[in-house]
Design a protein around this ligand. Structure first.
Ligand code: NAI
Length: 247
């Protein structure tokens, strides 16, 4: 396993207390970073995550909705007062509300776009200002193959995930001269709550569609995020790295 050293660096991981985000927070903590892990609603899981890292003082938890501009602004006001710099922002928070377009409630369309895409904009907009002051930064957003391939019943999710890629490409060009890189990681089927709720026959079909014939682990995604967050990835920007078992 490659080891990284993020000592002295500050990171924000949205949705950072469980699933893929939990693995990213844990890997950044293990590599020495100060991590602010955010979450939306599942307080029990957040507390369990905090309890499993009770041995470090480098973990903060914050609860707010990334899709709500005012809440994000309030978070950054507090964050800015407590931290001199922000080196790493991981836009991981995401939801899905599946349904075919003809039957998709407008609220499900809006909720997914609001969290996944507007959440990425809200967090990046305010984070990038802090990174520009220090002329250094890494923004990594967790997109999905759904945005490229289009899975039935996921028009809202796919649109939000494709939007993250377009947002990333654009922002990467805007800040490239300031030693700030902006990339996406696109995980395939990863074993988390996110896919755990799918019907067994759908899970079976998904697994057999993966050339490696297995789902990935949250840590396998975290390792790629850490690479992009490191100095080793200094010349990688505007890219999407796929972690899909060949999907
Ligand atoms: P999860 O459901 O286990 O975790 C999602 C996290 O996002 C939770 O911590 C939750 O608190 C947070 N969150 C949700 N809505 C929020 C909001 N409005 N404000 C703040 N935080 C919010 O899901 P998982 O699997 O760990 O997914 C993480 C990311 O990876 C998501 O963006 C998802 O779209 C993406 N992804 C997941 C795949 C998978 O197979 N599990 C595949 C491809 C992408």
């Amino acid at each position: 396993m490659v080891t990284y050293d993020f000592s002295g660096q500050t990171a924000i991981v949205t949705g950072g207390t469980r699933g893929i985000g939990g693995a990213i927070s844990a890997a950044l903590l293990a590599a020495g970073a100060h991590v602010t892990a955010t979450f939306a609603g599942n307080t029990e899981r957040a507390q369990a995550f905090a309890a499993s890292h009770a041995d470090t003082e480098r973990l903060d938890l914050r609860q707010f909705d990334v899709g709500d501009y005012d809440q994000v602004e309030a978070f950054y006001t507090e964050f800015d007062a407590a931290h001199e710099s922000l080196e790493i922002l991981v836009n991981n928070a995401g939801i899905r509300r599946d349904g075919v377009v003809g039957l998709m409630p407008e609220a499900d369309w809006q909720a997914v776009l609001q969290t996944n895409l507007s959440g990425t904009y809200n967090m990046s907009k305010m984070g990038i200002m802090k990174m520009m002051q220090n002329r250094y930064g890494r923004i990594i957003s967790i997109t999905s193959p759904s945005g490229k391939m289009g899975f039935e019943g996921q028009a809202n999710y796919a649109a939000s995930k494709a939007g993250q890629v377009a947002f990333t490409k654009t922002l990467s060009k805007e800040v490239a001269k300031r030693r700030i890189t902006v990339n996406c990681v696109s995980p395939g089927f990863i074993d988390t709550d996110f896919i755990g709720e799918l019907p067994p026959e759908q899970l079976k079909a998904y697994k057999s569609s993966v050339p490696m014939k297995r789902f990935g682990t949250p840590d396998e995604v975290a390792q790629v995020v850490l690479f992009l967050a490191s100095e080793a990835a200094a010349y990688v920007t505007g890219s999407t790295l796929e972690v899909t078992g060949g999907l």
